[in-house]
Design a binder for this molecule. Structure first.
Ligand SMILES: [Zn+2]
Length: 220
C-alpha cells in the first residue's frame, strides 16, 4: 500500500513537473566567447575565455532545468578556427555563425557570453548588445537587460552592436557582457561560483519571459 501511494505520488509529480517546464522544446545555442588561441580580454593570468566558459556551463544547466535543449558552441578551451584560415579570428566567428544557423538544430535563440574591459577601472556592470538583423533581437535584449538591472543593480543599458557575428546571424540572439574584468570588484565577483550562478539564473528568467512575450503577442 505504501509502495502504491509512493508510486502514484511519483507519477503525479513527474507529470506535474513536465507541465511546468517553461522552456520545454526550446532550442538555445550558448556561445562562450573566445577560447583556444584567443583569450579575449585579460588581467594577469585571468582570461576572459575561461570565465565565459564557466558562466556558460552554469547557464547551460539552468536553461536545461527549465526544459530547454541547449547546444554549446564550445565546452572546453578551444577556438573554431582552422589551421588553414588566413584570418583566424574571422574563421572562428564564421564557424560560430554556421553552428547557430545550422538548420538541423532549429535554433530558437543564441546567447553570446562575454566579459567587458575598459581603460577606466571604475566602469562596472553587466550590459546587453543586439543588432537589428532580426526584429526579435531588441525584445530579447530589453528583457535580458531588465532582469540584469533588477538582479544586479547595473547602471548600464541596452546598446546596439555592429560586430561581425551579430550582424550576420539571422537567428534571434544577443551579446551579454556580464561585467568588467578591468573593475577590481567585478573581477573578483565574476570568478565566484555563486555570482556565476546568479547571472545564469537571471538570464534564464529573462529567456523564459522572452518566450512568454512571443507566445502572447502571437496569440493576441
Ligand atoms: Zn569578449
Amino acid at each position: 500500500m505504501v509502495f502504491i501511494i509512493g508510486l502514484s505520488i511519483f507519477i503525479v509529480s513527474t507529470v506535474k513537473a513536465e507541465n511546468y517546464l517553461p522552456l520545454l522544446g526550446k532550442v538555445i545555442v550558448i556561445d562562450p566567447g573566445h577560447g583556444g588561441r584567443d583569450p579575449g580580454t585579460m588581467y594577469g593570468n585571468i582570461y576572459e575565455k575561461d570565465i565565459n566558459l564557466e558562466i556558460s556551463k552554469k547557464l547551460e544547466k539552468t536553461l536545461m532545468e527549465q526544459g530547454a535543449i541547449v547546444y554549446m558552441i564550445r565546452e572546453s578551451d578551444v577556438d573554431l578556427s582552422s589551421k588553414y584560415d588566413k584570418q583566424k579570428k574571422r574563421g572562428d566567428l564564421y564557424r560560430r555563425i554556421l553552428f547557430i544557423e545550422d538548420e538541423k538544430k532549429k535554433t530558437d535563440i543564441y546567447l553570446s557570453i562575454h566579459i567587458n574591459w575598459y581603460k577606466n577601472s571604475s566602469w562596472s556592470g553587466a550590459e546587453v548588445l543586439y543588432h537589428n538583423i532580426n526584429p526579435n533581437n531588441k525584445l530579447l535584449g530589453e528583457i535580458v537587460m531588465k532582469h540584469l538591472k533588477k538582479d544586479f543593480d547595473t547602471k548600464r543599458s541596452l546598446k546596439k552592436t555592429s560586430l561581425y557575428l551579430y550582424r550576420n546571424t539571422t537567428v534571434p540572439g544577443v551579446l551579454i557582457e556580464c561585467g568588467f574584468l578591468s573593475n577590481p570588484n567585478e573581477r573578483y565577483l565574476l570568478r565566484q561560483e555563486s555570482y556565476q550562478e546568479k547571472l545564469s539564473g537571471s538570464i534564464t528568467d529573462a529567456v523564459i519571459e522572452y518566450f512568454q512575450a512571443l507566445s502572447s503577442s502571437a496569440s493576441g
